[in-house]
Write a protein that binds this ligand. Structure first.
Ligand code: FE2
Length: 294
């Protein structure tokens, strides 16, 4: 194996406006690592909000494990109906043979999604940061809409890996427009499951679609060839923002460390593109997507 260069990283501009160098790096690599997006105070506020949300979660009511590999959650209405709600999914490694959690819920939640950006009094305003609107415009999103959000807990010792994928597999528009805004609420490194991405991999086109086929959610293979190219680690200190092109292959490792790795991911689509109606994500008619300033 070759040693791959450290991906370029930049300081997040105070006004959110990307420089020509950043725009060029994004076009070339399909991602941007931007340090200093969220202040330590904001990260602490958001981590506190996650703690409060989990405190209010009753795992005896719902105990659906999220599996990026097996996608077993896809059969569950609890998952299917989560597009316009705030719901909790637990780590596969936290569910005992009898179905009960084998550890406190604070150590068992895998993710919270998928409409925090619309429903949560803390994550809502954070998601509609005016700087992000500027960044989205500079990335080429003509009429951005906030489509999906999630807190990803990546719990110590059992935090599950997320296998290599493209976000457009899950949030499809024609043409592809989904853009990921991933914020490290705690430092993410190789030990606790940081992101990895394949620079330039967004040029390969979409490989799979996760979509409805009748009442079934299926993974349609469009291109069976594996992703080519070598990945780089997108290590992110607390407060960093990682922007991911909807076609760039990325993954995150398991967290086998004793530290947690809390992150917030917001996915934005362009309303100038056509939303694919067979996407898994469903919204009630009275809860249409909203933009940054709507
Ligand atoms: Fe992703």
């Amino acid at each position: 194996m070759t040693d791959f260069p450290t991906p370029p990283r930049f300081a997040y501009p105070a006004d959110g406006r990307l420089t020509a160098t950043m725009v060029a790096a994004y076009a070339r690599d399909g991602f941007l690592v931007l340090d200093g997006f969220a202040s330590p105070e904001t990260c602490a506020l958001l981590r506190g909000r996650v703690a409060d949300l989990i405190e209010a979660f009753d795992p005896d009511q719902n105990r659906v494990a999220f599996s990026a590999a097996a996608q077993a959650h896809a059969a569950e209405d609890y998952f299917r109906e989560s597009g316009d709600k705030v719901r909790f999914f637990v780590e596969e490694g936290a569910v005992a043979a009898d179905g009960a959690l084998d550890r406190p819920k604070t150590k068992a939640v895998n993710k919270i999604g998928h409409a925090l950006h619309d429903l949560d009094p803390i994550f809502g305003p954070f998601s509609r940061d005016p700087r992000l609107a500027e960044t989205a415009a500079d990335l080429g999103l003509a009429d951005p809409a906030l489509a999906q959000s999630m807190v990803i807990c990546k719990q110590p010792e059992i935090g599950g890996e997320v296998t290599l994928h493209q976000d457009a597999t899950f949030l499809h528009t024609e043409p592809v427009s989904v853009t990921g805004f991933w914020v490290a609420l705690e430092a993410a490194d190789r030990e606790n499951g940081c992101l990895f991405a394949v620079p330039g991999g967004h040029a390969e086109g979409l490989k799979r679609r996760f979509r409805y086929d009748g009442d079934d959610l299926v993974m349609e293979v469009l291109d069976a060839a594996p992703f080519a190219g070598a990945e780089v680690a997108l290590e992110a200190p607390e407060g960093a923002l990682v922007v991911l092109h909807g076609l760039v292959p990325h993954r995150s490792g398991p967290n086998l460390s004793a530290r947690s790795r809390l992150a917030y991911a917001l996915h934005v689509v362009d309303r100038a593109a056509a939303w694919s109606p067979d996407n898994w994500l469903k919204r009630a008619p009275e809860m249409p997507f909203r933009g940054f300033d709507e």
